[in-house]
Design a protein around this ligand. Structure first.
Ligand code: ZN
Length: 323
């Protein structure tokens, strides 16, 4: 009977531990420096930076924040004293542009990284004790490891500095909900369309391996390239391919000629980026020659505008990430 009670209480503790909900977590109402939660958070991060740098383990604590309309990744990062790797990985962002107003973000009181996986494997991979690997509340199989950071390759994917614009031309249709030109219904556009005359050079947006080279309904002639860190890029409506399946291609290498195959109303390249099967807003690095037609456009859409601003802002520090 006694052992049954022990077993039940262990099970109860275990289940409450696994189901740690974000509802029990302190809320940061706003990001004002005068907010007491922000003050406390910044103080804790400072203290923990010193402790962790000495090799001490400190149990991480998380606060939550509801993303507001005008927040950006960088504004939240600065106000909460986070760094890039901590804030993006704890919130499992696929890119730094996944900043949805109303979303619940978690802010730990220290820096480190959150990684999906199994605690035993993570403990080996990052060379830390298993009990120093902390589950991130409300996120299945996501674990926080303090004091660690990502390598430049993964960070480059998150920053959107890995993919080069794959063809010259203006973006005519952006990622997200749009009116379908065939059915007139609202549909989710999983990539971006770049208008270019049939026969334009299409280049690999990043280095990788060709894993598909053929026809796919809707996409017409399609090439899919697999990159590091679970990313894939797709190039649709091609006229002809210049590569073969399983071929290794380098960033900027000519892989195809653009066309108008599949479901199209005119010649363009449909470009898509996926991570672990999920379509992402393909943030691409523009080369200087790509800015010119965009700057000539009378009404840039918001995407083109912040792509230009972002690319200019990061033109200095993106260089180390070039594949
Ligand atoms: Zn498209």
């Amino acid at each position: 009977m006694k052992s049954l009670l022990i077993l039940l209480s262990v099970l109860f503790c275990f289940s409450s531990f696994v189901n740690a909900k974000t509802t029990d977590i302190r809320l940061i109402k706003n990001l004002d420096y005068s907010n007491s939660e922000i003050k406390a958070l910044r103080e804790e991060i400072k203290i923990n930076l010193v402790k962790i740098s000495k090799g001490d383990f400190v149990k991480p604590e998380f606060r939550k924040y509801y993303v507001k309309k005008n927040d950006t990744f960088f504004s939240i990062m600065a106000k909460t004293m986070m760094d890039h790797d901590t804030l993006s990985s704890v919130n499992a962002l696929a890119t730094l542009w996944d900043v949805e107003p109303g979303a619940t973000w978690l802010i730990p009181n220290m820096r480190g990284i959150a990684v999906f996986g199994d605690p035993v494997e993570l403990s080996k991979k990052y060379n830390v004790a298993e009990d120093e690997i902390t589950p991130v509340p409300g996120k299945n199989s996501l674990y926080f490891i303090e004091g660690k950071s990502f390598d430049s390759s993964e960070r480059g994917f998150l920053n959107g500095t890995v993919f080069l614009k794959p063809v010259r031309g203006i973006i005519s249709s952006k990622f997200g909900l749009r009116q379908d030109p065939f059915s007139n219904k609202h549909q989710f556009h999983k990539g971006i369309d770049i208008v270019c005359p049939t026969g334009s050079d299409v280049t690999a947006a990043a280095s990788g391996k060709v894993i598909f080279n053929g026809q796919m309904s809707g996409y017409g002639n399609l090439i899919i390239i697999e990159h590091q860190n679970g990313y894939r890029s797709l190039y649709g409506h091609l006229n002809s391919s210049l590569v073969q399946k399983n071929q290794i291609v380098t960033r900027g290498q000519k892989i195809a000629l653009s066309g108008a195959t599949g479901n199209v109303t005119g010649p363009h390249l449909h470009f898509e980026v996926r991570r672990k099967g999920q379509a992402l807003n393909p943030r691409i690095t523009f080369l200087l020659k790509d800015y010119l037609p965009l700057l000539g456009q009378k009404n840039h859409d918001a995407f083109a505008k912040d792509t230009i601003v972002f690319a200019l802002l990061h033109s200095f520090y993106r260089l180390p990430f070039l594949a």
